[in-house]
Design a protein around this ligand. Sequence first.
Ligand code: HEM
Length: 412
Amino acid sequence: MSDAGSGDAANARDKGGVLAWLDARLPVVSGFRKEYVEYRMPINLNGLWNFGAILTVMLLIMLATGIFLAVNYTPTAAGAFASVEAIERQLPSGWLLRAVHAGGASLFLAALYVHLFRGLYYGSYKRPREILWLTGLVLLLMVMVAAFAGYVLPWGQMSYWGADVAGKAVDAIPFIGPGLEHVLQGGDAPGDVSLHRFFILHMVVAFGVLGVVVVHVAALHFTGSNNPLGIEPRTPDETVPFHPYYTSKDALGLVLFGVLFAALIFFMPGLVFEAENFRPANPLHTPADIEPAWYFLPFYGMLQSVPSKFGGLLAAMGSILVLFLVPWLDTSPIRSARFRPFYRVCMGLLVLCFVLLGLVGRHHAEGGWMVVGRLAVVYYFAHFLVLLPLSARTERRIVLPDGIAAALDRDL
Ligand code: HEM
């Protein structure tokens, strides 16, 4: 190092110690200050804006517990079930590790759905936040893949037959289906090779989620947060610094969510486990009832409600793919459903249909449930492809308040 260089370093050290020295070379400290201390946020965010922070913390918990589970897990058809049993019964606190990871997956997906519907309700996907929305959807797909692959790993009856149903669904895709199924399973039925592939897929995608979250949050900090009114802050008094205002609000949200998490793990540990999955995988015995984890039930309901196998797959996959088009399907100048009476009713119906489809998935789309399922599928797609573009026409004459402060003065 040159004399001048070492002199600068010594100066920085004298002025602010090691952190200042580090910041002069890699601005982690000032960057953190800029993005998480002084960063300006709209003053009117409600509790639904806690869910991003909740998801981030949950993701870190899932990755940490996942690493400890992985080092004790055997990814072979012969050893997987027994290794999970050993984690439960022999590994010190192994039961806790597994309960946090499996219960965490359920709560993670629940928080993800709240986060997504929050975005839809308040129009957070609209210009200039399209990239933020699209990266969110990539995260949704990745989390679903990771959750599905994780469900297969204990290699119980539900794991095995769940993988079998998914393989058959992939097989129904014309032309590429059978080849794709073969790549995924490494054979004609789930087995040793499939389990190994699912294990690797689970780990790689889960850590990949962390990388995409960084891009997601970078996109958020570039555009700034939307808010329940959907009106951009115009004056400094319509914003507050992130710290202490939203650090404390996020901390409160995290504590409340943590209480719910603890209640699930310690008082209802069986809620997220299927009884059938405590039996080792048996390719010769199909369980009476094969159904996925609750968070996939709405998509399973769609799969069953459509008469053809491929049609069902198209509906289930299309229901997520259509979300990628939402920023361009909704041309209304108004963001938040708070000022969009027609859209508000449509959103209510959308949530209702999503829940109903979950029930249809659970009741196997038979009899009356089949009718409910078909109506719900039709509404789901009509919502995005017909009603959303139509709502824009009904809203051209809506007049928004003159800013966040003016709206809050009028108790809006
Ligand atoms: C691993 C999953 C995810 C993580 C960790 C995550 C994290 C975050 C964080 C920390 C925020 C800022 C706080 C907040 O507004 O709640 C945020 C905002 C946002 N996220 Fe996500 N997110 C995830 C998935 C998604 C998904 C699936 C979507 C939907 C497509 C999405 C769409 C958005 C939008 C639109 C915003 C901005 C909201 C606004 O300002 O109104 N995110 N996310």
